[in-house]
Write a protein that binds this ligand. Structure first.
Ligand code: SF4
Ligand code: SF4
Ligand code: FES
Length: 247
């Protein structure tokens, strides 16, 4: 029997199901007849909607995962968590320059209650060192918080497990916003692009694109050059894209 077809037993919300062993938790649930109306978004490990808690046989530990990423394991006992209610401070990041000075202590003073148990890092399905960014937050090191938390998908599992009841991911979101709006220099290319958009440089192209049907749009979209991950100094070869495809 090939791996695709070999079946194992798992328990979903306490009920036993036989599912192919190659499936993710999300696909195994669909295979078992569940239809997602929540707990599912991107299906690609980005949105953080599919948070799942499970235990394995003969293991006392409770484990966490993103259902769209984690492959099922024999006798896995799982449930999904629809949502983790978390505290989110309200602030206007642009109209409030003082926010750049020690914003975390002002808006999330509860970070000081961290007991450095590392439960949050162990719960994180993205393997982020959550405790380290909370330690950086306590020290007011915005850049460090922003950089360590960069891959956070806002799933909330860290907050669900924290004995100090900190909403770590909202603290990190604040740090990334402050870092982007008050600490990093504004990229000159973006400034130029905004100016050109305001001056109507792209209006004619936009008008022509909006006349096209979906198939033609997809075709043109697939021809675009993609900016590389390390994009410093990068420029597209076709400077007048998509004009040549609109003739
Ligand atoms: S830091 Fe928290 S909210 Fe972000 S991905 Fe990790 S567990 Fe989820
Ligand atoms: S789980 Fe809470 S108390 Fe423990 S290290 Fe993380 S932030 Fe601190
Ligand atoms: S569905 Fe988006 S992370 Fe799993």
């Amino acid at each position: 029997m090939d791996k695709e077809n070999k079946k194992i037993s798992i328990y979903i919300f306490g009920k036993k199901y036989r599912v192919p062993e190659s499936l993710t938790i999300q696909k195994a649930m669909e295979y078992s007849g569940f239809r997602f109306i929540r707990n599912c978004g991107c299906r690609g490990g980005v949105c953080g909607a599919c948070i799942t808690v499970y235990r394995l046989p003969d293991d006392y530990r409770i484990r966490t995962a993103l259902a769209c990423q984690k492959i099922v394991e024999p006798e896995m006992y799982l449930t999904q968590v629809p949502f983790v209610p978390s505290r989110k401070a309200t602030y206007d990041i642009l109209d409030n320059p003082e926010i750049a000075e020690n914003p975390i202590q002002k808006l999330y003073p509860e970070v000081s209650g961290c007991v450095f148990c590392n439960t949050c890092s162990k719960a994180c399905p993205m393997d982020i060192e959550v405790m380290d960014y909370i330690a950086a937050a306590i020290q007011g090191d915005i850049r460090e918080v922003a950089q360590i938390s960069f891959e956070c998908v806002m799933c909330g599992l860290c907050a669900a497990r924290c004995p100090a009841e900190i909403s770590q991911f909202n603290v990190a979101l604040l740090a990334r916003r402050v870092y982007g709006s008050h600490i990093l220099p504004f990229p000159p290319d973006v400034k130029l692009m905004v100016k050109e958009i305001r001056e109507g440089k792209y209006q004619e192209v936009l008008d022509r694109l909006s006349q096209l049907d979906m198939e033609k749009l997809k075709e043109i979209y697939s021809k675009r050059e993609q900016e590389p991950q390390e994009s410093e100094g990068w420029e597209p070869k076709e400077k007048d894209f998509p004009l040549p495809y609109l003739q």
